[in-house]
Structure formats: structure tokens, C-alpha cells
Design a protein around this ligand. Structure first.
Ligand SMILES: [Zn+2]
Length: 301
């Protein structure tokens, strides 16, 4: 039995994890890869976030790089099937590991991020790798931390003649980058939007997040590419995310006032409007455990 298990182990570690990535077309020159609405696991190899790319006249712009070196390699292969133009520009929207740990697959090309995101990746990238080694195991093979090399400050990027509007927000983390492509009216929101996928809040500031979403509503986009979940053309996603954040905030506030404990909060039925959100139970529980002590402290003051 032992030698059989050893054989299985050696066999699986010989082959790269297959992400089965398929780029989904947004318009003539823009695509995205849809990440599964799941938590990190051995089975999904950490393919749980969206990333996107734009093919311009002479190059390719890639927005986020996924959870691992191997994911980045497979993204690169998929892009090379569509175009022979080089991936010259990579943008990391924020410092969560499902969005930047594929950086090391791109030996060429500049990696852009805000100052905050760049620092976080420099300081915590290796820690995220250790953590994901446990969660997704084999698929993390060869993943190294490769922090961004260019700090984004301007409100417009001109990449080989292709212009992108750069918008600086916060709320999901302390620095959430949004890109707006005026040419195609495609809005890349990073993790400010989870479309029909319950929002993840480990570094969230809920009032700031709501403010950012109110600002996003002013943009006249045609297609919204969220950090998680499918694309949105209905314009409902932003309001649904605001509604969820308000629900989470008021539930935690009222529960602190009523002196409830975490178990009593988790017993509450799921409101009708969020019944079609994936991962409600898991993410709501994670948010309550993480955020409720702060609400209790605030209430005691
Ligand atoms: Zn995130």
C-alpha cells in the first residue's frame, strides 16, 4: 500500500497541474479567464479568481496573473494560441495571492501595481506561498514571489499607444485598482466586485468599500469584469454588492447591540436576495468570525 501511494505521489508530481483554461471573448481584442467560485483547494489548483487580457496593436496587456507559476504559464500558452504579440504589460490589481502569484511565469514584461500593493507583495508574498503550498499543494510547484517593478500613480496608462484609465479605490483591501478601457467600455473592477459570489472580507473596510462602489456606479461601462464571478452586462452587480455589504454591516451592528454571539448570528436564515450568491455560508461565516469582534468592541465603547 505504501509503495502504491508513493507511486501515485511521484506520478502526480511529475505532471503539471492542468487548469483547463479557456479564454472567454469580451470583444475583438479583449478576453478573460473565469475563475471557479470556490475556495483554494488541491482540486482547483487555486484557479478561483478571474484574470483578463487586452491585445493591442503591438503587445498584450495582462490584468492579474492567478495563484501559481503554473497558472501563469498556462495563461501565457492560451494567449499565445490567439496572438504572437508579446505580453509586455502586467497589472496586479491588489495584493491577494489568487491575483498575483502567477507573476513569476512572466520573465519578460513590466509588472505594474500601486505602491501599497507592491509593498504588500514584497513583504508577504513568500508567506502567501507557504500558505498556498498547504492548500493547493502540487499546483504550487515552482511558484516564486515576483513583486511588481513599476509603481502606478497616474490616472491614465499609455501602453504602446493603448490608453487605459486607472482608478484608485479601497475597501476590499487598502488599495484596489480598477481599470477602465474607454475604447471598449469594459470595466475591470478587480475584487471590488464579486458577481453573484459572496464577497470575501479578510482585509475589508466596509464603509470604504461601499463608497468605492458608489463611485463605480457613475462609470458608463458596457461590460464589467469582476474579480470573482461571471461578467456583468446588466448593471445589477454593483448594487447587489452594495446591498450585501450593507446587510453584513447592519447584521453585525445589530447583533452587537442585542448581545448575540457568533453562533447565534450564523443561525440567521439567508436573506432571499442573496439566495443565488455562491459560497454564502462559507464567506458569511468567515466575515462574521473575522469582523464581529471589532463590532463588539465598538459597541462597548
Ligand atoms: Zn481580493
Amino acid at each position: 500500500m505504501k509503495s502504491f501511494l508513493l507511486f501515485i505521489f511521484l506520478f502526480t508530481s511529475l505532471f503539471a497541474f492542468d487548469y483547463k483554461l479557456k479564454p472567454i471573448k469580451l470583444n475583438e481584442n479583449s478576453y478573460y479567464f473565469y475563475g471557479k467560485e470556490e475556495y483554494f483547494s488541491k482540486q482547483n489548483g487555486g484557479n478561483i479568481a478571474n484574470c483578463a487580457f487586452i491585445i493591442t496593436k503591438n503587445s498584450v496587456i495582462l490584468i492579474d496573473t492567478g495563484s501559481s507559476y503554473e497558472y501563469g504559464i498556462q495563461v501565457k500558452k492560451q494567449i499565445e494560441k490567439i496572438t504572437n504579440k508579446p505580453i509586455k504589460y502586467i497589472i496586479n490589481t491588489h495584493h491577494h495571492p489568487d491575483h498575483f502569484l502567477g507573476n513569476s511565469a512572466f520573465s519578460k514584461g513590466d509588472i505594474y501595481a500601486t505602491d501599497f500593493t507592491k509593498n504588500e507583495i514584497e513583504q508577504n508574498g513568500d508567506l502567501y506561498i507557504v500558505n498556498l503550498n498547504n492548500l493547493i499543494q502540487n499546483a504550487m510547484k515552482d511558484t516564486k514571489n515576483k513583486p511588481p517593478n513599476i509603481v502606478l500613480k497616474s490616472h491614465e496608462l499609455n501602453l504602446d499607444g493603448y490608453k487605459l484609465k486607472v482608478l484608485y479605490f479601497d475597501g476590499h483591501t487598502q488599495s484596489d485598482l480598477v481599470l477602465y478601457d474607454k475604447n471598449s467600455k469594459i470595466l475591470y473592477t478587480s475584487d471590488l466586485i464579486f458577481n453573484k459570489r459572496t464577497l470575501a472580507t479578510p482585509h475589508a473596510n466596509i464603509p470604504k468599500w461601499i463608497n468605492s462602489l458608489e463611485e463605480l456606479k457613475k462609470i458608463n461601462y458596457k461590460i464589467l469584469v469582476p474579480g470573482h464571478g461571471v461578467i456583468d452586462k446588466t448593471k445589477l452587480a454593483i448594487n447587489e454588492n452594495i446591498a450585501y455589504l450593507k446587510y453584513l454591516d447592519s447584521t453585525l451592528k445589530n447583533s452587537a447591540k442585542e448581545g448575540l454571539d457568533i453562533f447565534e448570528i450564523l443561525e440567521k436564515p439567508i436573506p432571499k436576495e442573496f439566495k443565488d450568491f455562491s459560497m454564502f455560508k462559507e464567506e458569511f461565516e468567515r466575515s462574521v468570525i473575522n469582523l464581529f469582534p471589532k463590532y463588539e468592541k465598538l459597541h462597548q465603547k
